[in-house]
Structures are given as structure tokens and as C-alpha cells.
Ligand binder design. Structure first.
Ligand SMILES: *[C@@H]1O[C@H](CO)[C@@H](O)[C@H](O)[C@H]1NC(C)=O
Ligand SMILES: *[C@@H]1O[C@H](CO)[C@@H](O)[C@H](O)[C@H]1NC(C)=O
Ligand SMILES: *[C@@H]1O[C@H](CO)[C@@H](O)[C@H](O)[C@H]1NC(C)=O
Ligand SMILES: *[C@@H]1O[C@H](CO)[C@@H](O)[C@H](O)[C@H]1NC(C)=O
Ligand SMILES: *[C@@H]1O[C@H](CO)[C@@H](O)[C@H](O)[C@H]1NC(C)=O
Ligand SMILES: *[C@@H]1O[C@H](CO)[C@@H](O)[C@H](O)[C@H]1NC(C)=O
Ligand SMILES: *[C@@H]1O[C@H](CO)[C@@H](O)[C@H](O)[C@H]1NC(C)=O
Ligand SMILES: *[C@@H]1O[C@H](CO)[C@@H](O)[C@H](O)[C@H]1NC(C)=O
Ligand SMILES: *[C@@H]1O[C@H](CO)[C@@H](O)[C@H](O)[C@H]1NC(C)=O
Ligand SMILES: *[C@@H]1O[C@H](CO)[C@@H](O)[C@H](O)[C@H]1NC(C)=O
Ligand SMILES: *[C@@H]1O[C@H](CO)[C@@H](O)[C@H](O)[C@H]1NC(C)=O
Ligand SMILES: *[C@@H]1O[C@H](CO)[C@@H](O)[C@H](O)[C@H]1NC(C)=O
Length: 739
């Protein structure tokens, strides 16, 4: 009995037809209950589907429609999954949604799906619309995911009627929506206690009006396993509970709330099922109680950024035998690191993989026990402390080590050759210390996985090793502000990771391995930018910084191969000769600093091909001739070129001698060569991307967010306060350590 819809059916007629169909019972045609098919057809009519994601929603067997699944036994629709399959595919869009986001209206015809158990509308754009109250009447619902769906406003308490619900995800990343969608709010969370089957709850970003009894309500849920309440403006949690009911709770995330509490509540230590506890970015005071050892299943403990927590780490922490991640960054520990040896001599010593002690006021030297005891260590961050002395040889026995962050201390001495034992190193950050000696040549051979090498602001001397470029994954090389001399190795044109253009990098990165990065800093665009992402790899940034050394000779033409390089800084050296015209091939360059060198000759006109360039500094050289015009070059101010008395033409004041003379003061040879070169390159360049001028000006800071659920990378520009979702990457490897 097919039903034919007029283009504008009267709602009443439609409702009658609709009810009639429902009453006609489960007449299954080709595996699909017809009444449910019609309910779906009507539901679809309410939706805006720009990319035709629902184009398969024709024909009689609705069980075969995209996103729809029926029970094999009864033929009823049990599952409706309209999650945006490509949430981050569009990069040019200045809003978080893309063409794959569905919008429109959520029609109550959904209630026709009487047996619906699974409803996923996540990652869409329903334009700030509230969650319809009727959702509370889909009685059989087990799974409801309205995360990042562009829904907002007051969450209807009718959801509390869903007594079969096991999964409820209302997580909204407010930055992601950059204020376009009102946040979810819940005045009185009492209704949550009605969700008697609930196992997994994520309300990250939901604003609660009254949280005084929230924990008590959660304590009434007998099956609860996972509670994520990050960034909910929860101001306090109870110091005591009459009875701790949580018998299965394994994940508790209360991070980023600013909870003000005189202690870490003792009842937490009765939740012996806890595996993952995150209390970071709050205001817990007092000390870490010895009772913490009662949490014997604990694998992840994050207490970072509780600035008033008394930093003494009790010895009992060392008795948590499954703990693999301990994050105490920004907790004022103020002790000598060697003294912490007794904490890390317990059974924790073999389980600990990730140790974050960033800016904790640690003093003293790097003790031998680091390498002797913490044999499973993968990630060690001791940055921004007050550590001195050298790197002990024992570090070399950490064969699983992937990231070593020691920046911003007062460490000295040479890089020990024992570090060659750390063959899995992906990140080596020794910047802002007092290290001396040479950049070891063995790095190019012994650290095949290295992606980030930061030796910035030390006292390294000698030449830059040629064979660094053998490291195919190297994407950030920062050797700035040392005392390096000699020429820039031509082999630097062979950094494989810098050759890949970022358009193609999504694929490449999915293929490669990642590493947990909290946050890094790179000097780009004339100022330090911090970038990082907490769940994935800091992956897209490619930078080469050799500034502030004693390098001489010419800029290697081979740099032209680095088509994926985003930032090149060679300023403050003694480089001479001309800027090679091959610079024009470095198509991903966003920041180029060649200032304070002895470069001469003309600025190659090929630089007009650098359409992403948003920072350029050529000042204080000996460049001459006409400044080429076109594309991004037009947008730079005079300061880009100051200190080059021979330059003429816009934007500098000096007028070129013969303004019709397009070759300026260049000599015959150069201009000819340039012309030929350009012609010859056009095929390589293909169509020069037509991005609007300044689009990539928004390239900016990628900030640290501790609750990002998806490993996507965002670029945030403080000046413009705009956010770009660049790419989504999922690194299951890191989920393990995070969930
Ligand atoms: C229903 O059938 C499909 C395809 O035959 C199968 O993949 C699925 O596991 C079945 N579901 C149940 C619950 O048996
Ligand atoms: C809900 O959807 C989001 C995004 O699609 C996903 O990341 C999240 O894991 C889902 N939540 C649950 C509980 O499955
Ligand atoms: C659903 O919840 C609301 C408010 O919580 C209540 O008034 C209503 O009776 C409930 N409906 C059903 C069908 O249980
Ligand atoms: C513990 O959970 C049960 C339901 O499983 C509930 O009846 C009881 O009130 C809860 N106790 C507290 C103190 O919340
Ligand atoms: C916590 O557990 C201890 C026993 O280990 C028990 O005496 C105490 O009453 C429990 N506290 C709560 C709040 O359940
Ligand atoms: C850290 O704690 C010590 C006392 O343990 C105190 O002297 C110091 O001022 C604190 N530092 C900060 C930054 O709060
Ligand atoms: C270096 O560490 C000190 C604390 O020891 C901190 O105040 C400062 O901000 C850090 N500097 C950088 C650049 O991280
Ligand atoms: C760092 O340690 C040195 C002694 O090793 C001390 O003089 C200095 O004050 C300390 N700095 C800070 C910021 O604690
Ligand atoms: C790397 O360079 C050093 C010195 O330049 C040299 O001794 C070593 O053999 C080189 N290694 C390889 C594999 O080329
Ligand atoms: C830098 O290295 C040169 C030799 O290459 C040496 O003469 C000079 O003293 C060094 N400067 C510093 C600050 O170490
Ligand atoms: C460019 O200038 C040179 C010398 O300044 C001159 O010989 C030449 O004729 C000029 N070319 C044009 C096209 O004006
Ligand atoms: C260019 O080169 C030709 C021959 O090589 C020469 O005759 C001419 O004077 C040169 N022009 C300039 C402006 O140098």
C-alpha cells in the first residue's frame, strides 16, 4: 500500500494517513515495516541534506537505506545513524560545519519508529535548535548521540523518561561552534537520576544551573560506567557521600570545571573500579592523599593545573601497579627530582608510560633512576622546571621512549651518545638549556622515527650534520639561537616530511605513527606560537628554523623541493648570494624570514607564487632591484624590506630608476634565467590556488585543549578570533592511553 504524498499535504490529512498506517500493523514489505518507512520519509522531508546523504532513501525496503538498520527478527527499524561521515572534510569553510552536515527540522514522525534503539545525529548542524521534547518518548532508545549536532539550549527533562537508555552523549565543544550555537543547559539535573539503565554519560560543555546534588544523582545510577563532565562549570562536588554506590564506574572526567574544593574528596577513593580519573584544571587544595593507592585499577591519573594542590607526591602513588599515565603538570611540587625516586620505586616503575611534570618547580639534577627504574617510559615531560646538570647515560636504556621534553631548564653538557639507545624517539626537545658540544651526527642514523628535533637556544657549536635529512619523518627542525657554523647542508632539500604538500598530508599522516604531544612552541611569523593537540599528533606543522647562528654560504637551491614546508627561518646568520628562485616552488610556505643576512641581488619574481605566504621578512640584507609584485607580495608592508638600500618600487619609498623597465637593476643573466625558469616551472605549479588573499593569514595558534575528544587540529588566530578545523585524524593508538 504505497502512499503518495502531495507536494504540500495538509498536516491533518497527513497525520490521519500516518496514524492509519501505524494502525495497519507490521505489514512487512521486503523487510521493512511500511508505517516505519513512511515515518522515515516524513522525517527526511524535515531535513536539509545538501550532499544527498539520504539519496538512498527511496524504494520500499527502508532497511537498506543509508543509516537505517532493522531487526533481523522483527523487521522493525532499530537503528538510525545520521552521524556526519565527513565532519572535517572542508577546510576552506570558516565555520565548523561543512556541506556534509545535515540541518533542518527534527520531525515527530520519528515516533513512528516504535522499536528504535539507536539514534545518532552527531556532527550535524541543526542551527542551534533545541532538542525536541518528543525524544523522551522514544521508549526503547538505548543509544542517543546528539553530540556536536548544532543542537543547543535547554535539554528537555523528558529525556529522563528513557529508562532503557545506556548511552547518552550531549558533548558540545563550545569552541568548535565558536558561539554560533547556544550551549546546552540543564537547570535541575534531577531527571538524570531517572536514566536507570545508563552506562555512559558525556555532558561535556553542558552548563548546569544547579550542581549541588549532581554527584548524588549520578550515584543513584546502578550501572554507570563512564561519566564525562568536562567544562560544565561545576563549582563544587560533595566532600562526603553517605554511601558510595558507584560499583562499576571506570571513567570519571571532571576536568576544566574550576571546582573549588579544600581537598580531593575521600569518597573518590572508595570507587575502586576507577580506571581513568581526570581532575585537571580545577582548584583542589590540600595534598594528594595516601588513600589514592586504594584505586588499584587506576591507569590514568590527571591532576594537572590544580595550582593550589600541595605538591608532595605521596609514596603510595608508587603502589598503583597499573598506572600508566600520571599528569601533575602545573602542580607546585617544588621538590628535588632525585628525592622522588622512592615514589617511583614502587610497582608503578614498570607500568608508567607517560609522565608529565611540566612546570612543577622541580629542582636538582636528572637522576639515574629515571632510566634505571621507569623501564616502560614512552613520554617524559620535565620541561620548565629548574633542573640542572647533564642528561644521565641511563636515559639510553629507555628503549620505548618516544618523547623526551627537557626544555626550559638549566641543563648542560653534551647530548650523551647513550641516547642512541632510544631508537623509538619521535620528539627530542632540549631547547632553552645550556647544552654544549656538537649536534650529534648519529641522530640521523639512530633515531629513525624522529619527527621533531628542537635544540633551540642552547650553545651547540660546529656544523649541522648532513645526514639529518635521512630522517624521513622529520617535520620540525629547530636549531635556532645556537652557535652553529658552516653552510646549510644541501641535503636539507631532502626532508621527506617537508616535501609533502599539506593538501596531501591527511592521507600521509593517517599512514604514519603519531605521538602524544601536549604542546610545543615554534618561532614562526616573528613570534612564538604554541601549538599542540592533546589526543593526537601535532601533525601538520612543518618548520625549519636555523636562525640566530653563524651559518654562511648560500641558501641551497635544493630547498625548492620542500613543497610542504610551512615555515622557514634563516634570519640572523651570514648567508650571502642571491635568494634562489627555487624559493618560488615552496608552495606551502606561510612564513619566510631571511632577515639579517648578507643576501644580495634581486628578489626573485618567483616569490609571487607563494600564495599562502602571510609573513615575510627580508629586512637588513643587501638586496637590490625592483620588488616583484603580485599575489601575496602585494600585502606586505615596507618593514618587510627595510635595511636593503638597493630595493625600489612598492611598498618602499624609493622609485625605480626607469619605471617602465621591468627588469629593474638586475643584470641581463639573472633576468633571462628567471624568465626561462618561470616558464619551465608552470607545469609543476599547475593552477595556482585561488585562495582569497589573506585566507591563510588566519594560520595561527593551535591551542591546548585537554578535553578534545577527536584528534582534530585547529588553528586559532588570536587577532581575528577565528577557528579553522583543518583536518581530522584518529589515532587509535593514543585512545588507549586516554580512555
Ligand atoms: C542481521 O543480519 C545482518 C546481515 O545478515 C548481520 O550482519 C547482523 O549481524 C544480523 N543482526 C543480528 C542481530 O542478528
Ligand atoms: C557520539 O558521536 C561522536 C561524534 O560523532 C563520537 O565521537 C562519540 O564517540 C559518540 N559517543 C558515543 C557515546 O558513542
Ligand atoms: C516524561 O517526563 C515528563 C517530565 O519529566 C512527565 O511529565 C511525563 O509524564 C513523562 N512521560 C512519560 C510518557 O512517561
Ligand atoms: C544506590 O543505588 C540504588 C539503586 O541501585 C538507589 O536506590 C539508592 O538510593 C542509591 N543510594 C544512594 C545513596 O544514592
Ligand atoms: C569507603 O570504604 C571504607 C572501607 O574501605 C568504608 O569504611 C567507608 O564507609 C566507605 N565510605 C563511603 C563513603 O562509602
Ligand atoms: C610552591 O610551593 C612552595 C612551598 O612548597 C612555595 O614556597 C612557592 O612559592 C610555591 N610556588 C608557587 C609558584 O606557588
Ligand atoms: C620557563 O619556565 C618558567 C618556570 O620555571 C616559566 O615561568 C616560564 O614561563 C617558562 N618559559 C617558557 C618559554 O616556557
Ligand atoms: C633555580 O635553582 C637555582 C639553584 O640551583 C636557584 O638559584 C634559583 O633561584 C632557582 N630558580 C627558581 C626559579 O627556582
Ligand atoms: C653521517 O655523517 C657523519 C659525519 O658527517 C658520518 O660520519 C656518518 O658516517 C654519516 N652517516 C651516514 C649513514 O651517512
Ligand atoms: C661560537 O663558536 C666560535 C667558534 O666557532 C667561538 O669562537 C665562540 O666563542 C663561540 N661563541 C659562543 C658564545 O660560544
Ligand atoms: C631597462 O634599463 C636599461 C638600463 O637601465 C636599458 O638599457 C633598457 O633599455 C631598459 N629597458 C626598457 C624596456 O626600458
Ligand atoms: C645585456 O646583454 C647584452 C649582451 O649580452 C649586452 O649587449 C647588453 O648591453 C646588456 N644589457 C644590460 C642592461 O646590461
Amino acid at each position: 500500500m504505497p502512499i503518495i504524498m502531495c507536494s504540500k499535504p495538509s498536516p491533518i490529512i497527513f497525520a490521519i494517513l500516518f496514524l492509519a498506517l501505524l494502525c495497519s500493523g507490521a505489514s512487512t514489505a521486503a523487510g521493512c515495516v511500511e508505517g516505519e518507512r513512511n515515518a522515515l520519509v516524513d522525517f527526511k522531508r524535515g531535513l536539509l541534506d545538501h550532499t544527498g546523504r539520504l539519496s538512498s532513501w527511496t524504494g520500499s525496503d527502508c532497511c537498506n537505506w543509508q543509516g537505517v538498520a532493522c531487526s533481523n527478527r522483527t523487521g522493525h527499524v532499530v537503528r538510525l545513524d545520521l552521524r556526519n561521515p565527513h565532519p572535517f572534510s572542508s577546510r576552506t569553510d570558516d565555520q565548523p560545519y561543512n556541506e556534509w552536515s545535515m540541518g533542518g527540522e527534527l520531525r515527530p514522525s520519528l515516533l513512528g519508529l516504535k522499536k528504535l534503539r539507536h539514534l545518532d545525529l552527531s556532527m550535524n548542524n541543526f542551527g542551534g535548535r533545541p532538542i525536541p521534547e518528543f525524544i523522551g518518548s522514544i521508549r526503547n532508545l538505548r543509544y542517543l548521540n546528539l553530540s556536536q549536532a548544532g543542537l543547543g539550549g535547554l535539554v528537555p527533562r523528558q529525556i529522563g523518561n528513557l529508562s532503557s537508555l545506556q548511552y547518552l552523549d550531549l558533548y558540545n565543544d563550545l569552541d568548535y561552534f565558536s558561539g554560533r550555537v547556544p550551549e546546552f543547559s540543564i537547570d535541575d539535573p534531577l531527571w538524570i537520576s531517572g536514566l536507570s539503565s545508563l552506562q555512559h554519560l558525556d555532558m561535556g560543555g553542558v552548563k548546569f544551573g544547579d550542581t549541588s546534588s549532581l554527584v548524588e544523582y549520578l550515584n543513584m545510577l546502578p550501572h554507570i560506567v563512564e561519566v564525562r563532565l568536562s567544562y560544565c562549570e561545576i563549582q563544587s562536588i560533595p566532600l562526603s557521600l553517605p554511601h558510595v554506590n558507584f560499583t562499576r564506574l571506570s571513567t570519571l572526567d571532571l576536568s576544566r570545571n574550576g571546582i573549588n574544593s579544600p581537598t580531593i574528596p575521600s569518597w573518590l577513593f572508595n570507587v575502586s573500579s576507577l580506571v581513568h580519573l581526570d581532575l585537571s584544571l580545577n582548584f583542589f587544595r590540600g595534598s594528594i592523599p595516601a588513600d589514592i593507592q586504594k584505586l588499584s585499577s587506576l591507569e590514568v591519573l590527571r591532576l594537572s593545573s590544580n595550582l593550589n594542590l600541595q605538591g608532595v607526591i605521596p609514596k603510595e602513588v608508587g603502589n598503583i601497579c597499573k598506572l600508566h599515565t600520571l599528569d601533575l603538570s602545573y602542580v607546585n611540587i617544588s621538590r628535588s627530582l632525585p628525592e622522588l625516586g622512592d615514589v617511583f620505586s614502587g610497582c608503578i616503575k614498570t607500568s608508567l608510560e607517560n609522565l608529565y611534570l611540566f612546570e612543577t618547580g622541580l629542582t636538582g639534577y636528572l637522576p639515574d633512576w629515571l632510566g634505571d627504574q621507569l623501564t616502560s617510559l614512552k613520554f617524559l615531560d620535565l620541561s620548565s622546571n629548574n633542573l640542572s646538570g647533564g642528561i644521565p647515560d641511563t636515559i639510553g636504556s629507555l628503549s620505548s621512549l618516544e618523547a623526551l621534553h627537557l626544555s626550559n631548564n638549566s641543563l648542560s653538557g653534551e647530548i650523551p651518545s647513550s641516547l642512541q639507545g632510544c631508537t623509538g624517539l619521535v620528539i627530542l626537545d632540549l631547547s632553552q638549556n645550556k647544552f654544549t658540544g656538537k649536534v650529534p651526527t648519529w641522530i640521523g642514523e639512530s633515531c629513525p622515527s624522529l619527527r621533531i628535533l628542537r635544540l633551540r637556544s642552547n650553545m651547540f657549536a660546529g656544523r649541522i650534520p648532513q645526514n639529518l635529512s635521512r630522517l624521513i619523518g622529520l617535520q620540525i627542525v629547530d636549531l635556532a639561537h645556537n652557535n652553529l657554523s658552516g653552510t646549510i647542508p644541501k641535503s636539507f632539500g631532502r626532508f621527506a616530511a617537508m616535501k609533502v604538500k599539506k593538501e596531501d598530508s591527511e592521507y600521509v599522516l593517517q599512514e604514519s605513527t603519531g605521538v602524544y604531544v601536549e604542546s610545543m612552541e615554534v618561532d614562526m611569523k616573528g613570534g612564538a606560537l604554541t601549538y599542540g593537540d592533546s589526543n593526537g599528533i601535532l601533525s601538520l606543522v612543518t618548520a625549519l628554523d636555523l636562525s640566530g647562528n653563524n651559518l654562511y654560504g648560500t641558501i641551497p637551491r635544493e630547498f625548492g623541493s620542500l613543497r610542504g614546508l610551512m615555515s622557514l627561518n634563516l634570519s640572523g646568520n651570514h648567508l650571502n648570494g642571491e635568494i634562489p628562485k627555487e624559493v618560488g616552488l615552496m608552495q606551502s610556505l606561510e612564513s619566510l624570514d631571511l632577515s639579517r643576512n648578507d643576501l644580495s641581488g634581486a628578489i626573485p619574481s618567483t616569490m609571487t607564487y607563494l600564495t599562502f605566504l602571510s609573513y615575510l621578512n627580508l629586512s637588513s640584507n643587501n638586496l637590490s632591484g625592483r620588488i616583484p609584485s603580485g599575489n601575496q607580495l602585494q600585502t606586505f608592508s615596507e618593514s618587510t624590506y627595510t635595511g636593503n638600500p638597493g630595493l625600489c618600487g612598492f611598498p618602499v619609498k624609493q622609485i625605480c630608476e626607469n619605471d617602465d623597465n621591468s627588469t629593474g637593476t638586475r643584470n641581463n643573466n639573472t633576468s633571462e634565467e628567471d624568465g626561462d625558469g618561470l616558464e619551465a616551472w608552470l607545469p609543476y605549479l599547475g593552477t595556482v590556488p585561488g585562495f582569497p588573499v589573506g585566507f591563510w593569514v588566519f594560520w595561527g595558534t593551535l591551542i591546548l585543549k585537554s578535553n578534545w575528544k577527536d584528534a582534530y587540529i585547529r588553528y586559532i588566530d588570536r587577532q581575528y578570533d577565528r577557528i579553522y578545523v583543518i583536518v581530522a585524524i584518529t589515532f587509535n593508538r593514543f585512545k588507549n592511553s586516554y580512555v
